[in-house]
Design a protein around this ligand. Sequence first.
Ligand code: 4AD
Ligand code: MG
Length: 503
Amino acid sequence: MTDDKAAYIEQLKNHVGQEVTLKGWLYNSRAGGKVLFLIIRDGTGLCQCVVEKGKICDELFEQLGHLGQESSLGVCGLVRADERSVGGYELAVTDANIIAPAADYPITPKSHGIDFLLRHRHLHLRSQGQWCIGKIRHTVIDAVRRFFNDSGFTLVDTPILTATAGEEEQTLFQVDYFGSPLHLTQTGQLHLEAAAMSFGKVYCFGPTFRAERSKTRRHLTEFWMVEPEVAFIDLDGLLELAESFVSSVVERVMRDNRSQLESVGADIASLAKIKPPFYRLTYTQAVDILTSQKTRDFLARELEELKSRKAQLEGKIAQLEEEQKGQIKQWKRDKNAAELIELRTDLAETDTRVENNPKHAQLAAEFRWGKDLGGSDETILSQMHDKPVFVTHYPKLAKAFYMKADRNNEDVVLNFDLLAPAGFGEIIGGSVREDDYGRLVARIKEQGLNIDNYGWYLDLRKYGSVPHGGFGLGIERTIAWLTAQKHIRQCIPFPRMMDKVYI
Ligand code: 4AD
Ligand code: MG
């Protein structure tokens, strides 16, 4: 086999009628008498390779027929367009070479539990689901950079080792820095504010760390955040920036990753609607919604739907379990077993939601002005909207020290959270920053932070202080929303969670 015909699967459309060589891994295979159907993946896509007995030597035909999943190989053949084939093209194989055979690959095309898959993440990355999400993540990150680079922002890399706390002190990871304590950064914001006073419009993009004791579907201890910061901007300006930024990222992913979005079950029709303007609510309006009859009715309807879904799942599981007890073909037994794993996972999740619904309904009904919105409150507000919704003007006492008090109502701050629709909740947090020296000192002291660590930050208010603000968008939460993943651990290649770091 020669390499001068080397091609990637994603380029096959340009090679119809030509001989090419593909190099990759055996994703799946099936034998149909005198024909083998090998599905090969090469990092750019999947291709069905058809091997007919007699067209290659018998020994090779035999070896290919017994080749294990994820063996690496090269195949040479003629490219044919075939709509029924995965990817739309297939290869009529004329030659092949096995590079490294693999036996007993632990992840089969059948279903596995999530814990097993996380323990095998190093291999699970090769699955179609993880591949699609990885491709989407790549586009999201590229679109993020492009948006800011094309809008006059300067990239400023902020440090990962810091002495200052940007968010709640309880969530700091401490490191021993040559005998003195330092922290892993929770946000690049404070350093970015310094950079904004030099460049005007800046952004940072990197990993951030939170020792958050929450094992929820929305929390990682290491996640990626992009943070823009702008001098001379007000709250309205920030909202406009955020909605055009998020819309541009969605548009790019819809353009470049349509097939991957479809493959992971994304809600394409809803994503097509993501265009400015987004909905805008004040925190006070959000509290009115949470405590309203409309929300009580909404949650009661949801509970009925969940209960009927639970009954359906239980019925289907009972039916399959009954089938498994009888005499059935092995392929059917395997198929049922895989389906049962999925149905039981779905049932466990539905069960949790049935249990949580009344608790969340109570939390919402009893919500009192002054508290920060909790995860379940955000979910409810987000479920009630078909486009992202900004919630602005939170109570000052519930929020970080750096947020600027609204001069028209000192009880609230000029901040916002952006909630993604369909129950995905907060993807952005941002604010106008307190730019008055005296007020900022008072806030730092009120929150019990060590003022000595904030000398440099306070300098920014001494030497040419200006109104400014910014926000942070969590990459994994954004991808979870775009790809309709229930848990954000699916949206980063090697997730770090409070209860476990697998690999
Ligand atoms: O709302 P947060 O805490 O805001 C800040 O850190 C600001 N300093 C940003 C700024 O104004 N420059 O976090 C911003 C976003 C959240 O909306 C969420 O998307 C994500 O970061 N995020 C997390 N993602 C995954 N796991 C966690 N534990 C997260 N905590 C925050
Ligand atoms: Mg937040």
